[in-house]
Design a protein around this ligand. Sequence first.
Ligand code: PMP
Length: 449
Amino acid sequence: MNNQDLARRDLSVLWHPCTQMKDHELLPIIPIRRGLGVWLEDFEGKRYLDAVSSWWVNLFGHAHPYINAALREQMGRLEHVILAGFTHEPAVRLAERLIRLAPPGLSRCFYADNGSSAVEVALKMSFHYWRNLGQTRKTRFVTLENSYHGETLGALAVGDVALYKQTYAPLLMDVITVPSPDCYRREPGESWADHSIRRFADMERVLQQHAGEVCAVIVEPLVQCAGSMRMYDPVYLKLLREACDRHGVHLIADEIAVGFGRTGTLFACEQAGITPDFLCLSKGLTGGYLPLSAVLTKEAVYQVFYGDYAESKAFLHSHSYTGNALACTAALASLDLFERDDVIHRNQQLTRTMAEAAEVFADHPHVAEVRQTGMILAIELVKDKNTRQAYDGRERRGLAVYRHGLERGVLLRPLGDVVYFMPPYVITPQEIRLMAGVAWEGICKATND
Ligand code: PMP
């Protein structure tokens, strides 16, 4: 087997996610033979540093010996069992552990098998909660501009990235979209906190007007990841929690991308000291090994669904692979590593190293902003640094950075013209400097005209 063979066979049978397949007439697809730590290796021995954690899922590197061993052991015992009417040890242990680690007050864990499904679960549970209480007017959701919550129709409807959403608009439920606290848009000299507080006025107004018809507000805490890694201050979440309580509306925290240490704390909500009504988890949940998601909620929510069967109050949502035993085992092993290696604490040094390695970008003539929240660092490319005029998206500057990265052995996958680093936590300081160096070269090349 070599790169070319597999690439040729791939392109004759596969249809890849989030891809204009015609791009592959020019852009080779990269067959990966194996992964180890932060490195991916193709069939000819060429290596790529996985600077995007394979779509933000991988936490401790590829083929981690501890997670591998845990999976091997579980595989010999039980790979999967229906989770309705039956249960198994990894599902129970993981639920116990997530509840212990999550913000206080979340005491029930509902499993699904990918991020979008977790969002669907949270939306349906919130709606159904109000319905079980006889509040049938509550049928709508409030979301932030530039948010992203997945690609299934419900999750897409509460997102706001036009590139993914626009085409399907006629199929999507109507939502109320509120301006984002995104601090890229703050006034010169304004702090993140001041901007986020100022932006909250719109949310307050919408809740005042619409609370009677709103089930929940859904947000990505601290970082709107797919929305170009735009960031905001924790104070916004604090204000939102208070307002949701005041107006009788649920708060759904979608920590699918930001959970498990990405923002510097295990969960981003911790930085605001809040507990959402629904906490959606996936991606890093299994350390990047297997698809699994969970929605954690409060006992008060659970109780509203609890009753005699004839009352028809039950939450009858299901996915075949709900709480898969191997996926739960990978998740438990990943949580072991957090504890064993004091990861949240150790990441503080890596966070500083990332900041230092990216310092030079701020002075680049086509960089409008370098921003960072914990282990996520983003570099916003623009046509004009002074006015912040964006490049015409059709010029695909980010794609040029991607191509350069591949040539030099670093998998950067810019979101439009935003180059970002979200590496696995096993990255070394030297590898951080390599990643930043290659991004620098790519940005210079892509903007040199
Ligand atoms: N919510 C957020 C915040 C995400 O970043 C993503 C995936 N990028 C999803 C939901 C959807 O997860 P999945 O791709 O597993 O469906």
